[in-house]
Design a protein around this ligand. Structure first.
Ligand code: SF4
Length: 444
């Protein structure tokens, strides 16, 4: 058997950006212990699949990948060590241990910091402990996102207990990192070349509420804006129950903070908001949107909606449809409700059929496509600051990047025509064309 420290490790990261950071932390710890990180499972002695287990489609995707790696191991590579980490392992690792014998180790979300110890283990096991891991700036992440922008996890876990959501059980209660530790990591990311820092957490607007010193998100944003080498700061996952005027004013008061609010409202019907335990009313959601646009007239608003929650009658669905038509979000995502075992909503009557959920999802997405197209058309002729990220494969356009209105992976991009740009670059760009999701322009 090879010396553990000279082995090659490949990590497959599934799910969201929060999970990606856990993968990067595990990669960093393994590398510091002497392992080599490789970019293909074919070249690896150890493969970690860092899974998502939040909703049914994510579980299915994770299982499919695990089973194909297990099959490969059985047929061709019996010596490869297969580790399954993350949310699926936290939720089902103990049951799956006997179902998939090719997996050597199932480790839960609380075990990210112990990965080096687990890499040395030789016995099969499921190690599912209390999910209380919280990274620090001392963890050297292996950055896998485009280096020009980097995610920064300001907190982990969630204490909201939305009735449809399994996250609090998988990721533990809300734990905020200390402000100094976050600022230190932001400085490190900036010195490694990240122009944009994207703040994430399950509920970023609840930041600091669990800490004795009660730091606020607004103070943290102000502190980050003072770091010279950071060009853009972006905030994702702003729960409407916790967003404050202070946060909005801080966004408006610092040019570096993108005027972009990711406000996952899920629904607008008060009965359903209460049944979902969202701790926010339709009136308050409307007030936040009105106030955001009043304080920042050029703000880009993103939301996510859920269709098919038990009890979503046609009338309640239409209420949401009217609301999104009325508000005209710049970006919008829709999820169909997934009945997750162990969550209070799973016991609710008045279930909606899958077919009807998908119909409602399509109605919203079609409606949003028209809204996004109209909003993008209105941007033609405007000048946007664009962070150029890569060469473009789109005909007629040499580079692609994003303007402040566009978050990576979830929104569209901005294509530019000019040549001779050295990546990464921040350029002023005149928007000359637009489609449903992307913008097109020329550098001024
Ligand atoms: S805020 Fe609600 S939906 Fe989001 S992670 Fe927490 S419990 Fe889940």
């Amino acid at each position: 058997m090879k010396n553990p420290s000279s082995r090659k490790l490949h990590i497959i990261s599934l799910g969201c950006s929060k999970n990606l950071i856990d993968s990067e932390v595990m990669g960093g710890l393994a590398q510091a212990s002497g392992m080599n990180i490789v970019n293909s499972p074919d070249r690896a002695d150890v493969v970690i699949v860092n899974t998502c287990g939040f909703i049914q489609p994510a579980k299915e995707e994770a299982l499919e990948i695990i089973l194909s790696l297990a099959e490969e191991k059985k047929r061709r590579k019996p010596d490869v060590k297969l580790i399954v980490a993350g949310c699926l392992a936290q939720r089902y690792g103990k049951e799956l241990l006997s179902d998939i014998p090719e997996v050597d180790l199932w480790i839960g979300t609380g075990e990210v910091g112990n990965i080096v110890r687990h890499l040395k283990k030789t016995t099969r096991a499921a190690v599912i402990t209390k999910p209380d891991f919280l990274m620090t700036a001392g963890h050297e992440r292996i950055l896998s996102s485009k280096s020009v922008s980097a995610y920064l996890k300001i907190s982990d876990g969630c204490s909201n207990h939305c009735t449809y959501c399994a996250i609090p059980a998988i990721r533990g209660k809300a734990r905020s990192r200390m402000p100094d530790d976050i600022l230190l990591e932001a400085q490190k990311l900036a010195s490694r070349g990240s122009s944009e820092i994207i703040l994430i957490g399950q509920d970023t607007t609840a930041y600091g509420r669990d800490l004795k010193s009660r730091p606020t998100l607004a103070q943290l944003l102000g502190g980050l804006a003072a770091i010279k080498s950071i060009r853009w700061i972006r905030l994702l996952y702003a729960h409407p129950a916790h967003i404050t005027t202070d946060v909005l004013e801080t966004m408006a008061g610092h040019d570096k903070i993108c005027r972009y609010i990711d406000l996952p409202i899920q629904h607008i019907d008060d009965h359903l908001l209460a049944a979902m335990h969202r701790n926010v009313s339709a009136t308050r959601i409307s007030e936040i949107i009105r106030q955001s646009r009043e304080i920042m007239p050029d703000v880009a608003l993103r939301t996510s909606l859920m269709v098919g929650f038990p009890g979503e009658t046609q009338k309640r669905f239409e209420r949401m449809l009217d609301f999104m038509r009325d508000v005209r979000f710049d970006h919008l995502g829709v999820f169909t409700y997934s009945r997750e075992e162990g969550t209070p909503a799973a016991e609710r009557p008045s279930r909606i059929s899958e077919k009807e959920k998908h119909r409602r999802c399509d109605v919203i997405m079609n409606e949003q496509a028209d809204i996004s197209y109209a909003i993008n058309q209105e941007l033609i002729g405007s000048v946007q600051e664009v962070l150029i990220e890569e060469e473009s494969d789109r005909e007629g356009y040499t580079f692609s990047g994003r303007c402040r209105r566009q978050s990576p992976e979830i929104d569209g991009v901005t294509y530019v025509k000019n040549s001779g740009i050295i990546i990464p670059a921040m350029v002023k760009c005149k928007i000359t064309a637009a489609d449903h999701y992307d913008l097109f322009g020329e550098v001024l």
